[in-house]
Design a protein around this ligand. Structure first.
Ligand code: GLU
Length: 499
């Protein structure tokens, strides 16, 4: 069966491949497969400072690992390419120009400083004044002339001053939003790059997307998007906003890496099986009777009805995921298949080749191998808080140091020895510590023991996700950070890295 259904997942390559991206990809994938349509992967890399190719690579790798293969995308091509927004700038610029011509958009010549001043004034007065609208009614000749003379500007969308926007969401029905609280969105930045809103709408149209299935956090963008569709004379797609994944805490807060692992690679490296993770993500959107939770992707697709997605905030409960993973290991793998799965996970020759030279100088007998290298094949090493010490520092200070190190490591684009060494040495210098003292709690956090294989090499082998998770667990083992302390630690980091 073929149909004209075309859906997409449109991640921004600005960090670790997020579990929320996999969740959205899965529901798009299932909808496309169910209806014989096409599933597109588009990379939204218009944020030039934050986008990075290593993040794009990680997103593609992780979705492929999960088995959610796309029909069109930057790596496989397709008739609507290129599939990377940074390669489609002309399309957005043309659209912005058309919107200027038809009076649906205007040039804003405010400088960054002027804008900041107005924003601060608005915040101080606690009002919502639409300070961004200063240039909204400039005569078009003046606007043209100033642009032609090279004056720096952005292009903003002219949002109606009053009335309301009505939008339809497939799961939520009719939603109304007052225009008065919608700002005149920047569409094109002063460097000629589009913002998310313009690029997203232009691409969904150009790529023939029929259904936009994405996270709930984008609902408030729909009024702006609908305005763009109308102004450009295009038919909008069907919108369907999936409920956000939640932490398993008292307030069911939005899934965050402070409380829950969120990187897809963490789950792979911690030894979860891809079909289990996909199965678990499917359960986030559909309800299954107890005992019926285990299902193959193919069965999920066959029964899939987008309108059945339940709106209750789905809680991502890692204990439940472990329980399901155990079922996959017990029920789906023969001992031979399990051995293969272990090999693929961490017992490959390639991985052992990296670990053996690190262990060799520390082995008295071959049987020392087990306890010496166990931490390479574990998720959690449950560090003993008594061992998480640093000469001259109180536990509270050590917590802050470990947290800052984690943040610095999160900034690393490439996980290689040089980058690791540089980052950790830089941290050590800024904390004004001796390397020997500084690395002590790091050893314990990473390996569970105060003496082990060399730290940097061990972290290199473990990879970014497990290494950072262990540092986070060490922070927790020392009592964690309250919201207030977290803020103070952030300030401490800013002060230390001021230059
Ligand atoms: N680039 C957006 C994101 O990172 C896409 C949102 C959408 O699907 O419209 O989530």
């Amino acid at each position: 069966m073929t149909s004209n259904v075309r859906v997409r997942v449109a991640p921004s390559p600005t960090g670790d491949p997020h579990i929320g991206t996999a969740y959205q990809a899965l529901f798009n994938y299932a909808f496309a497969r169910r209806h014989g349509g096409q599933f597109v992967l588009r990379i939204e890399d218009t944020d030039r400072e934050r986008s990075h190719v290593s993040s794009e690579r990680a997103i593609l790798d992780s979705l492929r690992w999960l088995g959610l293969q796309w029909d069109e995308g930057p790596d496989v091509g397709g008739p609507h390419g290129p599939y990377r927004q940074s390669e489609r700038l002309e399309l957005y610029q043309d659209a912005a120009y058309r919107l200027l011509e038809s009076g649906h958009a205007y040039r804003d010549f405010m400088t960054r400083e002027e804008l900041q001043e107005l924003r601060q004034r608005e915040q101080a007065n606690k009002t919502f004044e639409h300070y961004e609208r200063r240039d909204r009614d400039l005569p078009s000749e003046e606007s043209e002339a100033r642009a032609a003379a090279g004056e720096v500007h952005t292009v903003r969308l002219k949002v109606p001053l009053d009335g309301e926007c009505t939008l339809q969401d497939l799961l939520r029905g009719e939603i109304r939003r007052e225009w008065a609280i919608v700002d005149d969105q920047v569409l094109l930045k002063s460097d000629g790059f589009p913002t998310y809103h313009l690029a997203n709408v232009v691409d969904d149209h150009e790529m023939g997307i029929t259904h936009v299935i994405r996270g709930e956090e984008w609902i408030n963008s729909v009024p702006k998007h609908l305005l763009l569709y109308t102004a450009l004379g295009w038919e909008p797609p069907v919108f369907c906003h999936l409920p956000l994944l939640r932490n398993n805490d008292a307030n069911k807060t939005k899934l965050s890496k402070r409380k829950n692992p969120t990187s897809i690679h963490y789950f792979r490296d911690a030894g979860f099986l891809a079909p289990c993770l996909v199965n678990y993500l499917a359960l986030m959107g559909i309800s299954r009777a107890e005992g019926e939770e285990k299902m193959a992707l193919g069965d999920f697709v066959d029964d899939f009805d987008l309108e059945d997605v339940s709106l209750g905030g789905p809680v991502f409960d890692i204990d439940k995921l472990r329980w399901l993973n155990a079922r996959y290991i017990r029920e789906d793998l023969s001992p031979t298949a399990l051995r293969e799965a272990l090999r693929e996970w961490a017992l490959s020759d390639e991985n052992l080749d990296r670990i053996v030279p690190l262990a060799q100088p520390r082995l008295q007998t071959l049987s020392d191998w087990g306890h010496l290298t166990a931490f390479f094949f574990a998720d959690d090493v449950a560090p003993d808080p008594e061992l998480l010490t640093l000469k001259g520092k109180e536990p509270a200070e050590i917590v802050s140091i470990l947290q800052i190190v984690t943040w610095r490591l999160e900034q690393l684009r490439e996980w290689n020895l040089e980058a690791l060494e540089e980052t950790l040495r830089d941290c050590c210098d800024r904390f004004e510590l001796k390397m020997r003292d500084f690395t002590r709690p790091l050893y314990v956090a990473i390996s569970g023991s105060a003496s082990s294989t060399p730290l940097f090499d061990s972290m290199l082998v473990l990879g970014p996700d497990l290494s950072r998770m262990r540092l986070r667990r060490a922070v927790d083992a020392l009592g964690g950070l309250s919201k207030k302390r977290l803020k103070a630690t952030e300030k401490q980091m800013q002060a230390l890295w001021r230059d």
